[in-house]
Design a protein around this ligand. Structure first.
Ligand SMILES: [Zn+2]
Length: 275
């Protein structure tokens, strides 16, 4: 009986961890200016970006609903108002990036925009049975403009069908920088790359996405999770007068090369196993 209780609680603990994800996802992180009008307002493990304009602000990602108070506190700590969030965008249709969309819309009135290919998955994302708000459906290359800032939505599928990489040009100190916010190029445990009935072209989509990302002009490398671009190490180097650590085109290309090797290895493994 005792053994059963122990193994049951171990099982629940493991299942709970799986549902909750990484504890860093819930750990607050110091909000900071990245460059120009782009600010980090995410947690240690889940990235949110605030792009401020004279006509209100754009927020990228809502994370899980439970993260919304932390995002709000980060925005307010920087001196901005949560209710000035006019547009809410997302990286891809997974709960750790977009579950909180309905709550943020409810709290701020922001217009929620999502890539067409992710809409079916988002419509199934209903925390507390709330319907997922979608005010504008985006297509590859669409622009989102507010108060003089324009973001471009790049369809970079594979991780999800509508996985979105955002780019924008940001003036800072008399120069203009290309900022890239990578949606995801990770192959999660359990992803089926060979014979995937729900997503037959998943592997060729990854291949296409690596090519698209490698071709983007980039100065500042950001992404849906801080660990894509070394958030913690770069934040530690952020000092007045020092070079901006987030300007890192070499890190961007090294990251893509490493992730492409990991994808290819997994694809080769699955192809061999399918034979
Ligand atoms: Zn994901």
């Amino acid at each position: 009986m005792l053994l059963r209780t122990i193994s049951l609680s171990l099982f629940c603990y493991a299942a709970g961890l799986f549902a909750q994800g990484n504890p860093e996802w819930d750990e607050p992180f110091p909000p900071h200016k990245i460059i120009g009008n782009v600010y980090y307002v995410g947690t240690k493990g889940l990235s949110n970006y605030l792009i401020t304009t004279p006509e209100g602000n754009i927020l990228i990602n809502s994370d899980f609903e439970r993260n919304v108070p932390t995002i709000r506190a980060a925005i307010e700590k920087l001196g901005f108002r949560f209710r000035d969030t006019k547009i809410l965008l997302g990286s891809h249709a997974h709960g750790d990036h977009m579950e909180g969309d309905a709550l943020i819309k409810e709290l701020t009135g922001a217009r929620v925009m999502a890539m067409a290919e992710d809409v079916p998955a988002l419509e199934k994302m209903r925390p507390g049975n709330k319907p997922h708000p979608i005010d504008r459906v985006l297509h590859d290359g669409d622009q989102v403009t507010l108060g003089g800032t324009t973001l471009v939505a790049h369809l970079t599928p594979g991780h999800t069908k509508g996985c979105t990489t955002w780019t924008l040009k940001v003036p800072d100190g008399g120069k203009t920088y290309d900022v890239v916010i990578v949606g995801s190029v990770n192959v999660n445990p359990g992803f089926i790359l060979v014979g995937n009935k729900d997503y037959p072209q998943i592997a060729t989509d990854y291949v296409r996405t690596f090519k698209i990302l490698q071709g983007l002009p980039v100065d500042v490398f950001l992404g849906a999770h801080g660990n894509y671009y070394g958030l913690e190490a770069k934040y530690a180097k952020l000092k007045p007068g020092a070079p901006n650590p987030f300007i890192d085109p070499d890190g961007y290309h090294a990251y893509l090369a490493e992730r492409q090797r990991a994808f290819q290895a997994e694809w080769d493994k699955q192809k061999a196993a399918a034979k």
